[in-house]
Structure formats: structure tokens, C-alpha cells
Design a protein. Structure first.
Length: 129
């Protein structure tokens, strides 16, 4: 796999735990984007772990090897469209994951994730772990 990849929190955690598919995807991608939403979720998780300093070091390492990708007004339009699409089908996914999906669609990338609920988002290019 080559190309531009956006990382969901589940993909980063899989990478941290040595998942071969996640590691291969990160190593083969031409550009790896790390959404600010994912970074927020990772830092939130640090507060709940037994060794926060070690986990924060891992987060800093993944930040150093990726490009930041942030929400803007165009992302917000795609976010709203995804919510409408999901609600019309009576399906929901976590709000943060809708933002991550919107960023991925906006920037025409593949999303690397372990969460199967991303398959509910139309038009999302997903690499499932």
C-alpha cells in the first residue's frame, strides 16, 4: 500500500502494540497524517495509563514522524454531510470518528483504523486492521 494515510486512534494504538498491518501501512505510505483529534484522544488516554511518561514519549515519537491535519470550514461541511447520511440510515458512530472520517474524505486519503463502524461512512477509503 502506498499513498496518503490518515491515522485513527485505534491505528496508532495498534502500531504502539506492534500490529504488523499498522506498521507496514505506516512504513509504506508516502505521507502519514495525524489528526489533531487523534492526538487529543491519545493524550486523554495517557491520563488513564500506569506509565504516563512512557506513553507520552510514544505519542511524541508518532507526532514527529507524521504530518498534522486539522479541521477547517470545509471539514465541517463534510462532517455535517456524514452525520446526515448516518442518521438517515439510523446508524451512529462516535463524533470524534466522524471528524476523522471527514478529514480523510476532504484530503482524499485512506483511513487506517481498527474500528469497524467506519465502514458505515459512505465514500470513505478505509484500511481495516
Amino acid at each position: 500500500m502506498t499513498g496518503r494515510v490518515v491515522l485513527d486512534t485505534s491505528a496508532v494504538l495498534a502500531f504502539f502494540h506492534g500490529n504488523e498491518t499498522a506498521t507496514e501501512a505506516l512504513n509504506q505510505a508516502t505521507i502519514v497524517y495525524l489528526p489533531s483529534i487523534t492526538v487529543g484522544e491519545l493524550y486523554f488516554g495517557v491520563r488513564k495509563c500506569s506509565n504516563p511518561d512512557q506513553e507520552e514519549t510514544k505519542i511524541n515519537a508518532i507526532i514527529a514522524r507524521t504530518e498534522a491535519i486539522n479541521v477547517d470550514y470545509d471539514t465541517a461541511k463534510i462532517y455535517a454531510s456524514i452525520i446526515n447520511q448516518l442518521q438517515s440510515k439510523g446508524k451512529r458512530i462516535p463524533s470524534n470518528d466522524i471528524w476523522i472520517a471527514a478529514l480523510t474524505i476532504q484530503h482524499k486519503c485512506c483511513l487506517l483504523a481498527r474500528d469497524l463502524h467506519f465502514t458505515r461512512v459512505e465514500g470513505l477509503d478505509l484500511i481495516s486492521l
